[in-house]
Ligand binder design. Structure first.
Ligand code: BEZ
Length: 375
């Protein structure tokens, strides 16, 4: 991306071009929408400017389709010549974005997708994440499930990076805690043909089922699990995406479900209360974890740009400021790991009404191991 000339004075700096590559259609559409709202809310809180520069948005609907991801991200990099890319939700799409960002040295802030490689083997100084690595919520949920004394688990997810890596994190912690994963079930993304898999769960009768689904697919899975009669016989746990942004649609089927995630609706700090109130007043809807991650992506960018006074040419100073920042997130303050992934607390949550209510801490200050990142 183009560096702005240091000859400009602050007021003369051109708008900062921010490329939002998010899903606007498909099973993750609502997630993309919440990320965008969260990001823009923080920008508005800063008077519509970051580092003294107004923001100009460029948008691409990535459709959560990895086969279109390279073309889509190049619309932002090559056609629109954006300064920063913010995206996306889907891990497979994000992996292609990370490759293009690294090759073109365009700054990328990932506001959701957990693909472990982005802050692992594919890490780069210009790539940051405001969300989580897939390993993290999987691992945290494994700690919770083992702590409840469950011994035999089955897992179920979509067969793609996010599903498989989350299940791996779960299995690592669950087996370390004395349990055993007896069988992994999966279906292609974004399929919702759960019936044959639910039949298999019913016949195997594990102590617990771990699920990774999100968005529209999570709504359908939680309802189908209940409708199949499994909710009353086999406890269902998940990384918190299973019940985040989905509760109104899931209704009674989600009540009482236990999940682990780096956010919960009722964190009673002035920071979270202010965020939630502002979001609700602005958009007439409550925020969820995706809104939070979009908001924090803007906070991270704001910190970096403030340090270099909007001059993206000062990349070393910009990245250094972001790397060492403590982000005052509504989730609780967090820092970035050396691989630029949030080191953060994971909460135990229980669904009560339309809220994911925090009932405890699953793991404090959980850092992704960052395996394979050569800085
Ligand atoms: C992912 O693909 O990384 C993902 C999608 C939705 C929720 C969480 C992770």
């Amino acid at each position: 991306a183009a560096a702005s000339s240091t000859a400009f004075t602050q007021t003369q700096l051109p708008p900062l071009k921010v490329g939002l590559m998010l899903p606007a259609t498909g099973t993750f559409a609502a997630l993309g929408d919440m990320i965008e709202r969260g990001f823009k809310l923080h920008v508005e809180e800063q008077g519509g400017k970051l580092g003294g520069r107004t923001i100009q948005y460029f948008k691409v609907d990535d459709e959560s389709d990895p086969s279109k991801a390279t073309d889509n991200v190049n619309k932002l990099i090559k056609r629109d010549n954006v300064d920063v890319i913010v995206g996306t939700v889907h891990s497979g799409v994000a992996l292609a974005m990370a490759r293009a960002a690294k090759d073109s040295n365009t700054m990328l802030i990932v506001p959701n997708a957990g693909a472990d490689a982005i802050t692992g083997p594919q890490c780069a100084p210009n790539i940051f994440r405001s969300s989580f690595s897939n390993w993290q919520p999987g691992y945290a949920t494994g700690v919770v499930a083992a702590g409840k004394g469950y011994k035999r688990a089955m897992t179920i997810t979509w067969n793609y990076a996010a599903g498989n890596e989350t299940v791996k994190g779960f299995t690592e912690a669950f087996e370390k805690g004395g349990g055993k994963v007896i069988k992994d079930l999966s279906l292609p993304f974004p399929g919702v043909e759960f019936q044959p898999l639910l039949t298999e769960i019913a016949s195997q009768k594990p102590d617990v089922v771990f699920a990774f689904f999100a968005g529209g697919g999570a709504v359908k899975f939680v309802k189908d699990y209940d409708a199949a009669g499994l909710k009353k016989s086999i406890p269902l746990v998940g990384s918190g995406f299973l019940t985040d942004g989905t509760l109104e649609a899931q209704g009674a089927s989600a009540q009482g479900l236990i999940t682990a995630l780096h956010y919960g609706d009722n964190i009673e700090t002035p920071r979270n209360t202010a965020f939630r109130n502002k979001f609700a007043v602005t958009y007439k809807v409550n925020p969820d974890v995706y809104a939070l991650q979009g908001y924090d992506a803007a906070q991270m960018l704001a910190i970096g740009l403030a340090t270099v006074k909007g001059d993206l040419g000062k990349k070393d100073a910009l990245y250094a400021a972001m790397n060492k920042a403590q982000i005052d997130s509504p989730r609780g303050k967090f820092t970035l790991s050396p691989q630029r992934n949030p080191t953060q607390d994971f909460y135990v949550r229980e669904v009560k009404g339309n809220y994911n209510v925090v009932t405890g801490i699953a793991v404090k200050a959980l850092a992704d191991p960052g395996r394979g990142c050569k800085p």
